[in-house]
Design a protein around this ligand. Sequence first.
Ligand code: FCB
Length: 469
Amino acid sequence: MTTQEEQTRPGLRFPPGFAFGAATSAYQIEGAAAEDGRGTSIWDTFTRTPGRVLNGHHADVAIDHYHRYRDDVRIMAGLGLSAYRFSVSWPRIQPDGSGQVNQKGLDFYKRLTEELRAHGIDPWLTLYHWDLPQELEDRGGWPNRDTAYRFAEFAAVVHDALKDHVHTFSTVNEPWCAAFLGYASGEHAPGRREPGNAIRGAHHLNLAHGLAVQAMDARRVGGCVNLYAISPATGSEADLDAARRIDGLQNRFFLDALLKGAYPEDVLADLPVDMDFVKPGDMKTVNAPIDVLLVNYYSRFTVSGAPGGKASAAAAPTETASPWVGSEHVSFVNGGHPVTAMGWEIDESGLVEILTRVARDYPPIPMVVSENGAAFDDVIVDGRVHDAERQAYVEAHLAACREAIDAGVPLEGYFAWSLMDNFEWAWGYGKRFGLVHVDFETQERLLKDSALWYSEIIRQNRHHEPTDS
Ligand code: FCB
């Protein structure tokens, strides 16, 4: 064993081929909102609506990635990333959400993916990270079934244009958020508070996923879910029921649909809606075979059935309703873990728990952790950002990945959220998740200590890979 190998903590050594990545999304980083024919998305409208986003922030410029993508890819290459997960802006490709394709939009992603490949970085493309064309929202948004078909059309356009550049396509990022924060709590665009329509939207997002998978037949295709570890506050019947409900709506509603082709009966019984919008054949479509499951993981929820507690795990920055349709009575209690600047409890054991659970309870499917990371209140001191807490967070969760692999989980990669500080939805620029610090005035990028550390972990793992690959 060489000295370098000895330096690598065994728990942070990964099998050859394990992808070390970082993730971003289009609206959060690109900017160039009015350039090269981009249309309007629901986030453009939402950020213009008073009271919806902290300090009235919007992402017209964001971190100017549209113009700086070459420099940003150079940063990724410098870190040694083997993969990069990004999303495509639907209104850049189809300004009106259907029909007419904007070639300049496609060209941007061609340039980006060519640049990535030239640096040996595998592009992981996400089709939908919440920036629905406004035109489609005006026609009813996700509660309108037609949106799912429009999404499949968009998927086919992107797939045809980029299939030679991109190996892994994924469909909808975190359908739970798109449905329940967008249409029930109103924390995210389009900001509607219509519980029944949130469920319709959730089904149509799942349907959109399945239709898109079918439309992209030939490629390696994945679906993305955000999973939480859920604990009951006590062993009481009410708390156990609360945990079953939140686990049902957050995790099983999506996992069972995508991987088993059915909604869980107990969850359907909790919902205050007639599911007549689920048409014959839909669930078979939703269950279209995928090649990889993308799992976003951040935290554990501890829940109670006793009324009167907090309606969600962490405070929202704006006025919102409950996203927990049919289970609004559930309270979220302190689970006793340290928290990030978002107020999200840090518990890496939850990551092992959910990964092993998917491997145990569902048909076999390779997985990646497609987002994981933490916001902290970073400061620059003498040209450095000593973000020891973020580093510890990533280290603990990487070790959890290793533990899951040792337990037999087919886990193939890890993507840190996020590569760079960016526009954090309803929090605007108020929360920093990046490994790379961004000065939002000058757009200057600066590697935080966590980035330097991650880069070193990647380098040490390279050392173990066969040299002839
Ligand atoms: C996830 C989102 C991502 C980012 C992180 C912090 O839910 O997918 O865009 O906002 O949370």
